[in-house]
Design a protein around this ligand. Structure first.
Ligand code: SAM
Length: 375
C-alpha cells in the first residue's frame, strides 16, 4: 500500500477498484495540498467549509478531513474510494457527498477542483458553481500540466473571472481564479438532446456521458446486432452511458426486464430519462450506480450488452473491461449470453475464450468486432 506524504500528514491510500500498479493520487494532488498548507490554511479557521470536485480516489478529502468537506463527484468509484480511504485513515469527520446531478446548497470558503478529463463536465460544474461563489471564495484548481489547455482556462474566465496559473512542479500546475461579480450568469449548456437516427427516440445526454450529443460509431454498429429472443427475461446494459443499447434491446424484447448499470451518475440519470421518455411507465427497468457487476445476483441475467470502457482517468486500460467479463460469467444464467463490442486491436476475444464455453464473432468491420460469449 502506498503512503501519501504531504504537510497535512501521511495517508494510506488505495484506488477503487484496488490496483496494485497504480497510485491513488498524482503530482497535482501533492502540489495542491502543499500550496493549501502554506498559502490558504493559515487564513482559515477550523470551521471553514471546503467543496472538493472530481477527487478521483479521495486523496484530497482524506488529507483535508480536519475541515468540513463536501465531495462533488460524477463517479461512483470515487465515492467508494472515499469510504475506503476514510476508513483506512480513521478519518473522524463525515464528508458530505453530492452527485454531479445534484447541486450543493451552500456557500463555501474554499472550492478545490481537480480538472476532469471531459471539458464539458468542467463547464457544467463551473456554470453550476457560479451562484455559490462570492468574491471571498478561494478557488483553486489543479491538474497535470499536459491536461490544462487554453480551452480549460477559457472556461474559468467565462464562468468565474480572472484566471492565472502557477509554475509547473513535477509536471503539475495550479489554476487560480477569482470571482468577477460583473460577469453575466450563464446557464450550463447541458444536458444536450438529439434524435436517435432511424427512430423517434429522443436521447438526452448530461455533460459527462460517453459520446455526448451524438451516436458513437461503435455503438451504432452494436445497435445493428442487438438480438431478440423469448429466452431473454433479464437483460443488463453494462456500462450503459445514455442507455441506448438497453433501450433498443427493450424494444426488440418486449417482455424482458432491463437493468442499466454505470459508474457515472450522469450516465445513469441520462439512461433513466431516455428510457422513461421512450416507454413511460409501460416497461420495468432498474438504474444502478455500480462498479461493473459487483454485488449483482449470480445466475440472474440472460443477456448482457457491453461496450466496455477502454480508459481509466487519462490512460488507456482494459482492466475494467476484463473485470466486467469475469463478473458477467457469474451473473449470467447457464446458456446466457454476453455481447461485447470492442476495437479490433483490443483482443477481447482472447480473454472471453478463456472464460466462456464458447465465443464467436457476430460481426466485424474495419474498426470494430462484436463478440458473443455463451456461459
Ligand atoms: N453503452 C454506452 C454506449 O455504447 O454508447 C456507453 C459505452 S462507454 C464505451 C463505457 C461506459 O462504461 C461509460 O458510460 C462509462 O461511464 C462506463 N464505466 C466505466 N467504468 C465503469 C465501471 N467500473 N463500472 C460501470 N460502468 C463503468
Amino acid at each position: 500500500m502506498e503512503i501519501l506524504c504531504v504537510p497535512q500528514g501521511q495517508f494510506r491510500l488505495e484506488r477503487y477498484p484496488y490496483n496494485k500498479n497504480l497510485r491513488a493520487w498524482d503530482a497535482a494532488d501533492e502540489y495542491l495540498l502543499q500550496y493549501f498548507a502554506t498559502e490558504i490554511a493559515p487564513a482559515l479557521d477550523s470551521s471553514a467549509s471546503l467543496l472538493l470536485l472530481n477527487d478521483s480516489f479521495a486523496a484530497l478529502a482524506t488529507a483535508l478531513h480536519d475541515y468540513s468537506c463536501s465531495f462533488w463527484t460524477d463517479s461512483w468509484l470515487s465515492i467508494k474510494a472515499l469510504e475506503q480511504n476514510s476508513k483506512l485513515n480513521s478519518c473522524a469527520n463525515k464528508v458530505e457527498v453530492f452527485y454531479s446531478t445534484e447541486l450543493p446548497d451552500q456557500e463555501y470558503d474554499v472550492v478545490i477542483i481537480k480538472i476532469p478529463k471531459t471539458l464539458a463536465l468542467l463547464e457544467d460544474q463551473l456554470a453550476k458553481l457560479q451562484p455559490l461563489l462570492s468574491e471571498n471564495t478561494v478557488i483553486l484548481a489543479a491538474a497535470m500540466a499536459k491536461n490544462i489547455h487554453r480551452s480549460t482556462l477559457a472556461l474559468f474566465e467565462k464562468y468565474i473571472g480572472a484566471t492565472t496559473t502557477s509554475l509547473a512542479k513535477k509536471k503539475a500546475r495550479l489554476i487560480f481564479s477569482v470571482l468577477d461579480k460583473n460577469l453575466p450568469q450563464s446557464e450550463s449548456p447541458y444536458p444536450v438532446t438529439y434524435r436517435l437516427e432511424g427512430s423517434d427516440y429522443l436521447l438526452s445526454d448530461h455533460a459527462n456521458v460517453f459520446s455526448r450529443g451524438k451516436l458513437d460509431i461503435g455503438t451504432r454498429f452494436m445497435l445493428q446486432h442487438i438480438p431478440a429472443s423469448a429466452r431473454y427475461r433479464n437483460i443488463i446494459d453494462l456500462g450503459c452511458g445514455n442507455g441506448v443499447l438497453g433501450l433498443v434491446a427493450a424494444e426488440k424484447n418486449p417482455r424482458a426486464e432491463l437493468l442499466f448499470i454505470d459508474e457515472s451518475c450522469m450516465a445513469i440519470e441520462s439512461a433513466r430519462i431516455n428510457f422513461q421518455q421512450a416507454f413511460a411507465a409501460s416497461r420495468k427497468a432498474e438504474f444502478k450506480l455500480n462498479h461493473a457487476l459487483e454485488g449483482i445476483e449470480p445466475d440472474s441475467a440472460d443477456l448482457i450488452l457491453n461496450n466496455p470502457p477502454f480508459h481509466q482517468q487519462h490512460g488507456i486500460s482494459d482492466s475494467i473491461a476484463r473485470q466486467m467479463f469475469r463478473q458477467a460469467k457469474k451473473v449470467l444464467r447457464p446458456g446466457g449470453e454476453l455481447l461485447v463490442i470492442g476495437n479490433r486491436h483490443l483482443g477481447y476475444h482472447l480473454a472471453l475464450k478463456k472464460l466462456f464455453t464458447s465465443c464467436e464473432v457476430v460481426a466485424s468491420n474495419k474498426k470494430f468486432v462484436i463478440l458473443r460469449a455463451v456461459k
